[in-house]
Design a binder for this molecule. Structure first.
Ligand code: NAP
Length: 309
């Protein structure tokens, strides 16, 4: 029985001794050249799955994403019995909390404007709004969306959230499905996107969605680049309908040098760093996935392939 590891060498060097210690019966194939017997491969840990992996590894049982998302996989190429799981570690939610709080406060306190003013040596104060008069609306109420809402609580913002299925969260106005999206957007001053990328959420942050937000609203986007229509965002910022944006993800990554996001005065751009999976914690999470699978327990981060997340 073997795990085929197909990701960064540096991470592999941390994973290898942890797997040897925790699952000594499992061979750790560190890269394609290390595969001695393809029929032994029951698990693949990777960011991008090889095309048609079952053809090469006929006894494959599970693919483990080394990141928090699984939108890079083509689920159609996987037979029903091959499971897919993603990284679910406490530090991913901890880091996302920091990032979104940073983005929300930056939007709330007009940070892009003051960064631009500092660069131009301009000393000019603007209005200061009260947090309790604003609503932060979070799209995606999964492990990250709910952690972020919890972290925003002490600042006094009104909180709202939108997901696919209805759910109740203490102190949060919740909305579900397409039919409740307009009402959610109409009441949101700072919109946070933490949705997984699926067919339904691709390009969801488009002109129509921005138009449904109140004038002066702002966007914090840490989901996936393909969820955002770049031109629609630029139009909304240029016309002043949106006041600012704080982005961690774009399509492509990195953006071409001539892209307007690099220099737009109302926009803060970070290079997909909202969370970075800790290698050791990731290895232990992967070990736990394999143990849960072997023992028939619920697998942490197990993906519903039909739903796409
Ligand atoms: P999760 O636990 O699977 O939660 C996903 C949430 O999105 C759920 O509440 C789900 O609704 C909702 N959702 C899915 N499709 C929807 C749709 N069509 N309409 C409305 N709501 C929908 O995911 P997570 O762990 O919180 O992570 C979310 C995403 O964050 C990841 O997929 C990844 O893209 C992104 N991410 C980014 C970074 C970064 O560094 N920038 C790091 C980690 C993750 P239900 O509750 O009804 O299922």
């Amino acid at each position: 029985m073997a795990l085929l590891y197909l990701s960064h060498k540096e991470r592999g060097e941390v994973w290898k001794p942890i797997f040897a210690r925790e699952l000594p019966e499992l061979e750790f194939y560190d890269g394609l050249e290390a595969v001695r017997d393809p029929s032994k491969v029951r698990f693949i840990a990777t960011w991008n799955a090889p095309a048609d992996p079952v053809k090469t590894y006929p006894n494959l049982e599970m693919i483990l994403s080394v990141g928090a998302g699984v939108d890079q996989f083509d689920f159609r190429s996987l037979p029903e019995h091959v499971k897919v799981a993603r990284m679910v570690t406490p530090s991913i939610a901890e880091m996302m909390r920091d990032y979104v709080v940073l983005g929300v406060l930056a939007m709330h306190r007009q940070l892009p404007r003051y960064i631009a003013q500092q660069r131009d040596k301009v000393w000019s104060g603007g209005r200061v709004d009260l947090a309790r008069r604003k609503t932060v609306g979070v799209m995606g109420l999964g492990q990250l969306g709910t952690a972020v809402l919890e972290a925003l609580r002490p600042f006094g913002f009104k909180l709202a959230g939108w997901g696919r299925s209805p759910r109740a969260l203490d102190g949060v106005a919740t909305f579900a499905g397409q039919e409740e999206l307009p009402a959610f957007l109409a009441g949101t001053d700072i919109l946070v996107c933490l949705l997984p990328l699926t067919k339904e959420t691709e390009d969801i942050l488009d002109a129509q969605l921005f138009a449904a937000l109140p004038k002066g609203a702002a966007l914090v986007h840490a989901g996936r680049g393909r969820q955002l229509d770049h031109d629609a965002l630029l139009d909304a910022l240029d016309t002043g309908h949106l006041e600012g944006a704080f982005l961690d993800v774009t399509e492509p990554e990195p953006l071409p040098v001539e892209h307007r996001f690099w220099s737009h005065p109302s926009l803060v751009l970070t290079p997909h760093v909202a969370t970075v999976t800790d290698f050791e914690e990731g290895a232990l999470a992967a070990v736990e996935c394999l143990r849960a699978h072997e023992e028939g327990r619920p697998i942490p981060g197990l993906v519903d392939k039909a739903r796409g997340y």
